[in-house]
Design a protein around this ligand. Structure first.
Ligand code: FAD
Ligand code: NAG
Ligand code: NAG
Ligand code: NAG
Ligand code: NAG
Ligand code: NAG
Ligand code: NAG
Length: 592
């Protein structure tokens, strides 16, 4: 039997061949089985999987612009132009953070189709098996354990040859990768051979401290591995290019509306003895509209947008809502709390005695133009890679670290790292200077932050507090990271290659180093946890292990916000895997 929404659709079939709508007036109607808020990393996964069933009608409401023709999103090496480009950004700034000496900073979130997958660093990391086994324990649902989530990682992934088709044997483990999914993943496709050889040689000279790891995405990330990125054929792969590829977006039961900013959930009712919402209010141009979902509303607005919409809708801490005059629907104090993210430190940067660095391109307008032209004609050359680096290393703090006197070990198990190092034949500094960088991030942070609102205007920007370095543990961990980076470059292979550090840290006391860390730490933009899952019946948490909002009927959150604790990984791959399972949970619930 056709659903009413589909009957409506069939009346209008043939009106528009492309189901990506720029104008609300062109939508055939506003009644659907499912309404998904946010066409980002997770939202497009859910939209794709639900519409595999032609009887299910799905509307995606995306606030931002189209990703079509955004060259800086397509060309991996243009990353540094894309991220600060305010056209494709929500233009958020964090609140001042005491842990960073009162600094606030830009907090980038993408404002176009594909969400952050379309403007992130493309680093493809899954985290440690221990991360997922902890999620399973925390939620009482074995479905979130590593063994049960791994198939979802593989389902979303299409392992692809690097753009230069070099011999990749010994650089990854094919057994842990998927080959049929929508998201392309590959090794770098342009060599920085001198630097790469030195990193690999370090794993031989210091094998105890920095062992080589064939593939950091096996669930056992400790060691140094070759970088993997969400890139295929020299182009960035995103949830928009993958999950909304032409063959999917053409489905008559899938509609995506751009420029539609959701304010809140409306048409409150009761279903099965619980509060429920029949509609989603959004702004298009200067007018408000309501889209209706007969089955379920899914928030996929990301770890900033989803808690904001919950709060705007009266779901959150009673005290916060009443103070703003927002009628409370459900007292759910964890909404927006428990935000966790990776603090990142870029001070470990050296001048190098080599011109085989990114500066050879970024510091010479002629070579930059040649590189872009080469990408344009053949999808080869230096522009096929993100410029993030060549390798990633994951390590643990020493057992005797003073960090453990401040806080019990926050890592989920012995196979999970505390620190991540990214090795890069380039850096930030004088244009044209030949540099190398070891970026250090704490991937087991103790600090927690929040996302909240301070206005009853649903379109006012939320307050974002990643809470960086609010725990001394994270500061000590970064200090240990500095020591580990120094140890890395103490391997004999670096002598004669390394020049001076661009920030002189020689002879700093622990206290002076701490001050430098607090004044220079930045963000990794890996925010999670703001609509975190917890066990059914737990006294905290926002969603149950099936991703439905606790105490509400017909409302799920499926995006990075449900991940309860930040994994030891850049968070896009995890978001894809969670969204794949989230879509399966919806299909089971609605037998569709
Ligand atoms: C600068 C940056 C670099 C990063 N680098 C990496 C990396 O290299 N590797 C990695 O794995 N991860 C990286 N990440 C993190 C990763 O990209 C994110 O964790 C992940 O993409 C989050 O997915 P999501 O679906 O939760 O949210 P998003 O992808 O942000 O999707 C949310 C979508 O909802 C839309 N939206 C929000 N509010 C509303 C509203 N009210 N109405 C309608 N639509 C709305 C947004 O416009 C967006 O399209 C990076 C993130 C950033 C910002
Ligand atoms: C961010 O700022 C730019 C430039 O002012 C603007 O074009 C864009 O629409 C802004 N984004 C949002 C979400 O307001
Ligand atoms: C749904 O809510 C909107 C906005 O509050 C309101 O205009 C509309 O009348 C409501 N529709 C129904 C069917 O209650
Ligand atoms: C944050 O999460 C932890 C579990 O990781 C939980 O114990 C705590 O209650 C949560 N806090 C809030 C405010 O939700
Ligand atoms: C690098 O240096 C070598 C030798 O000094 C020189 O021949 C070459 O042109 C330089 N390459 C670049 C990219 O500057
Ligand atoms: C810039 O690159 C071009 C092309 O390789 C080269 O001819 C020129 O000498 C370079 N300029 C500088 C200042 O290195
Ligand atoms: C790529 O080439 C096409 C024509 O072949 C041109 O129109 C376009 O501007 C080029 N893009 C870039 C980024 O160089």
């Amino acid at each position: 039997m056709l659903s009413p929404a589909l009957i409506l659709l069939s009346l209008f079939s043939g009106v528009a061949l492309c189901k990506l709508y720029d104008n609300v007036a062109d939508l055939p109607g506003l009644k659907y089985d499912f309404v998904i808020v946010g066409g980002g990393t997770a939202g497009n996964v859910v939209a794709n999987r639900l519409t595999e069933n032609p009887k299910i009608a799905v509307l995606v409401l995306e606030a931002g612009l189209s990703n079509e023709g955004v060259t800086s999103s397509q060309v991996p090496f243009l990353l540094n132009q894309l991220i600060p480009d305010s056209t494709y950004s929500w233009n958020y700034t964090t609140v001042p953070m005491p842990g960073l000496n009162g600094r606030s900073m830009p907090y980038f979130r993408a404002f176009f189709l594909g969400g952050c997958s379309a403007h992130n660093g493309m680093v493809y990391t899954r985290g440690a098996a221990d991360d997922f086994n902890r999620y399973a324990t925390l939620t009482g649902d074995k479905g979130w354990s590593w063994d049960r989530i791994l198939p979802y990682f593989l389902k979303s992934e299409k392992w692809s040859p690097p753009a230069d088709h070099h011999d990749t044997r010994g650089q990854f483990n094919p057994k842990v990768h998927g080959t049929k999914g929508p998201i392309s993943v590959s090794l770098n496709g342009f060599p920085w051979s001198t630097f790469e050889q030195k990193v690999i040689q370090t794993t031989k000279e210091l094998p105890h401290e920095f062992p080589f790891n064939l593939d950091m995405n096996s669930g056992q990330p400790l060691g140094v591995s070759w970088l993997q990125s969400t890139i295929g054929g020299g182009e960035r792969s995103t949830s928009a290019t993958g999950y909304l590829a032409p063959k999917f977006i053409r489905r008559p039961n899938l509609h995506v509306l751009l420029h539609a900013q959701v304010s809140k959930l409306v048409n409150a009712t009761h279903k099965a003895g619980k509060p429920a919402f029949g509609g989603v209010q959004f702004r298009y141009g200067n007018s408000l509209f309501v889209a209706h979902a007969s089955k379920e509303i899914i928030l996929s607005a990301g770890p900033v947008g989803s808690p904001q919409i919950l709060l705007n809708s009266g779901i959150g801490a009673h005290s916060t809502l009443s103070a703003l005059g927002i009628p409370p629907v459900l007292d759910l104090p964890s909404v927006g709390k428990n935000a966790s993210d990776h603090p990142s430190l870029f001070i470990m940067q050296w001048e190098v005695n080599s011109n085989e660095t990114f500066a050879s391109i970024t510091g010479n307008a002629t070579r930059f133009a040649q590189g872009l032209a080469q990408w344009n004609t053949s999808r080869t050359g230096p522009f096929v890679d993100s410029g993030v680096g060549t390798h990633i290393g994951f390590s643990r703090l020493p057992k005797h670290s003073s960090a453990f006197a401040v806080h019990a070990d926050p890592s989920p198990g012995p196979g999970a790292p505390h620190l991540e190092m990214t090795f890069t034949p380039g850096g930030f500094g004088a244009v044209g200077a030949n540099l190398m960088t070891i970026d250090i991030a704490v991937v087991s942070p103790v600090s927690r932050g929040s996302v909240t609102i301070n206005s009853n205007d649903p379109f006012a920007p939320p307050l974002i507090d990643p809470g960086y370095l609010s725990s001394e543990f994270d500061v000590i961990a970064l200090r240990e990271g500095v020591a580990q980076a120094k140890q890395f470059v103490s391997a004999p292979v670096w002598s004669g290659y390394l020049g001076a550090m661009t920030t002189d840290i020689a002879g700093l006391s622990d206290l002076e180093l701490e001050t430098l860390i607090r004044s220079s730490t930045g963000s990794s933009f890996h925010l999670v946890g703001t609509a975190g899952m917890s066990a059914r019946g737990a006294r905290y948490g926002v969603v149950d292990p099936d991703l439905q909002v606790k105490g509400i009927s017909g409302l799920s959150v499926i995006d990075a916000s449900v991940v309860p604790i930040v994994p030891a990984a850049h968070t896009a791959a995890v978001t894809y895997a969670f969204a794949e399972r989230g879509a399966d949970l919806l299909k089971q619930r609605w037998s569709c």
